[in-house]
Write a protein that binds this ligand. Sequence first.
Ligand SMILES: Nc1nc2c(ncn2[C@@H]2O[C@H](COP(=O)(O)OP(=O)(O)O)[C@@H](O)[C@H]2O)c(=O)[nH]1
Ligand SMILES: [Mg+2]
Length: 330
Amino acid sequence: MTGTSPLPEAVLAGDRRALAKAITLVESTRTDDRRAAAELLDAVLPHTGRAVRVGISGSPGVGKSTFIEAMGVHVVDRGHRLAVLAVDPSSSRTGGSILGDKTRMIELSRRSGVFIRPSPGSGHLGGVARRTREALLLCEAAGYDVVFVETIGVGQSEVAVADMVDLFLLLVNPGGGDELQGIKRGIMELADLVVVNKSDGDLAPAAGRTAAEYRNALHLLRPTWKSWTARAMQASALTGAGIAEVWGAVEEFGKTVATDGELAAARARQAHAWMWSEVHDELLSDFRHHPAVRAAIPTVDAAVAAGTVSATAAARRLLEAFRERPDVAP
Ligand SMILES: Nc1nc2c(ncn2[C@@H]2O[C@H](COP(=O)(O)OP(=O)(O)O)[C@@H](O)[C@H]2O)c(=O)[nH]1
Ligand SMILES: [Mg+2]
């Protein structure tokens, strides 16, 4: 509760403290909180979906924080309300991506109409991604019409972010031919925009070559959208050069994929996939907490490791233990 108005109303009214509180609620793993969070999300859901959702990825040091600050200020100056979220399953171990960066995003965090939320701390990726996705919906409900979701280039986090945003922006460093090979093909396939950052000073010529290389490489990939072809652009988060052009491309993308319902279809697919991954996660959690399964796991695990029971037979044994009393509460 914030003041006298219940949480959903306060969030919808754009109350920042209520939004922060709502996000804390969806981040909670307590069973009763999960239930309250689901009710809250249901209540605000009709008021979501109106933001431009942008995923921003790239290896550590490529300039994500600097870029988010530069493009964020540009976006806010154009009258938008911006929320910045993060998916970083390793954040409490590494000191946090956005949390530490909040000091770097000084100008941005000073602006009104900006909401910055660090990653929900370490945990398994599925959990962190789920909470960030729910936070994104809450930000939309609170009236933020542009959302940046940052992720560091670790494991599957890019895929998780691509599954919750409209446009996936990959930041890369200027460099020689080696640079291209350093980016996993799978990640390039997710990109709707590749931005060669640090296109300034001594690095400018290399940045130009790198952009050309990415242009060629993107050309060879199977397109994600019917109406949009992935682009490679250049920018400098430090000088601000190219930032307006990148944002212009994001806006152009938004208009392009909105026609013919392509964006709506993509979001429907994402929601559908999200539902099934929720079912998957919840079932697995019930399974692991099931008393008979828990009791059987040590013996079965040891037998599989020792090679005395096949993996198939072991899995069946655990599943049978679960199915005998699937209703047993954890
Ligand atoms: N020359 C140049 N340096 C940049 C640019 N953007 C970021 N940097 C520098 O690169 C370093 C890493 O930036 P940071 O934003 O922390 O990268 P992150 O780890 O991806 O978030 C910092 O020293 C920045 O000042 C740029 O456009 N040009
Ligand atoms: Mg950073």
